[in-house]
Design a protein. Sequence first.
Length: 616
Amino acid sequence: MSSKLKKDLKLLDVFCIASGAMISSGLFILPGVASGKVGPALFLSYIIASFFALPALLSKAELATAMPKAGGDYFFITRSMGAGVGTIGGSASWFSLSLKSAFALVGMGAYAALVMNVPIKAMAIGFCVFFTGINILGVREAGRFQRVLVLGLILALILYIVRGFPAVDINRFVPFAPYGEASIFATAGFIFISYGGLTKIASLAEEVKHPGRNIPLGMILSIIAVGVLYALVVFVTTGLVDPGMLKNSLTPISDGATASMGKFGNIVMSVAALLAFISTANAGIMAASRYPIAMSRDKILPDFFNKIHEKFKTPHISIIFTSIFMVIAIIFLNLEMLVKVASTFLILLYVFVNLSVVIMRESKIQNYRPRFRAPLYPWLQIAGVISGILLLFTMGVETYAITCIFIACGFTWYMIYVRPKVSREFALIHVIQRITASEITTRYLETELKGIIRERDNIIEDRFDHLIKECTILDLQKHYTMDEFFRETARVLAGEFAAEEDALYNLLKKREAESNTVIRPGLAIPHIIVKGEDKFRILLARCKHGITFPGASNDVHIVFVLAGTRDERNFHLRALAAIAEIAQDEDFDKKWLNAKNKHELRDIILLAERKRWKKK
């Protein structure tokens, strides 16, 4: 079976999946539970939590555009901090998202009871099976379904805000923070799971069209829309519902709708809540099921999780496994502890994600090339780490104990199953190498990132790429005159063309005498015609100390030498056009001079943005 996933998700799908994974129990159930911890200031806790989520959002958007692979934060954490931390991070991601989705399905029961007489857990399990089938059929079908759900949900919430705002009783906001100002921040940590779905689109990044644009834009639009909705809906609900009733309610939004719109409002918001829970469960299964497939690819989980359905091209084994876990969670769910543990895992993962950006950037790995770069680096990431740690301190001893047990189990799995089988290079090793000035890395991570870029940018190798992969690269370590450089070049080409070294040297000299091949400061492209048929070679050269070409005002540091037979004239022109397009990049010279070795020089050309010619 193939393990390649289809790219079927567009910008609207990204927005709807991220929004749908957020707007559910965090809005339709938690305001009741959380109001008893903070009072009328609850809407501020939601706003604060959204700001705490912002650094991780921007960091994950950067990582997802650099490495759009299934598994999202697991993949980023593993490539930045290694398989040990990745095992724990990936398991925690899958665990928290699966539980959040199970929580949504159980929450459906509380609202469903207002509309129809159906057993809560039976309905939850039935919907879980239904969404499992949808996700196995295909991500496009699941994405379309998500659009309808989320757009309908947003319209219902806007109706609730518009109709409820005039009926808000300001007296219900006094006293504003009866449990003290610290409770506002503590509750922000408690309800942090409400923003847990925001960055889960990153786990589907491999299936997003134009990920460099659609992932960051979709995520940013999502947090703006959902953050505003959260704050307004919670504010209106607090002003509509009696505080004593609110803190004991599992259907706070429907209670608020009853107060402002009567029975009609109750029914509308109960249906909206069902849409929210359905969208979260659907998006949750879709995103959570991508973690086992990514971990299986890395040999952290058994190989069968990596199987892709032959017809539907979806990870059916991983989807079924995730759904079974959700059914178990539905049966044994403990509401408040679930929320605390899931929020703790989420905060911990957000800390890891911010650290991952710092490590990837400081590693100076050339093939780390995000399409979107988080602003205010590194202060944004530092703020994200510090705020995450501060939130963790508000979660309580019991939650810490459960989290530590989970981490211990993940580490045990790593030591027993993963470590004997997996030896993976990660970016932190490159950081250590920079600090110690010692050679302790291989090119495994660089090569993997190169493959990801090729897939992300849909780079299909043409003949020019094949020649670059095979060509000789000269990395010259002293100053050269033009004659000295041509002598060195002729020596290399003589072996490749089985020609006389002196003859090639004379051709290079003659071509230079006809017209200067320095096409701009720092760059020269000598090109010659040799005897024979069907022959073409490229030679790349870097000379940091410079090559002096007569007539050039500056020394040359970058040289492309083209040599081919007369019948290759058309390709010769195409190669010149490709080089000209590559060299137009404003950062090209800087990348070329800063490359650490010949492998990086070659990758600069192979991964460059340019027109590629299809084979006829």
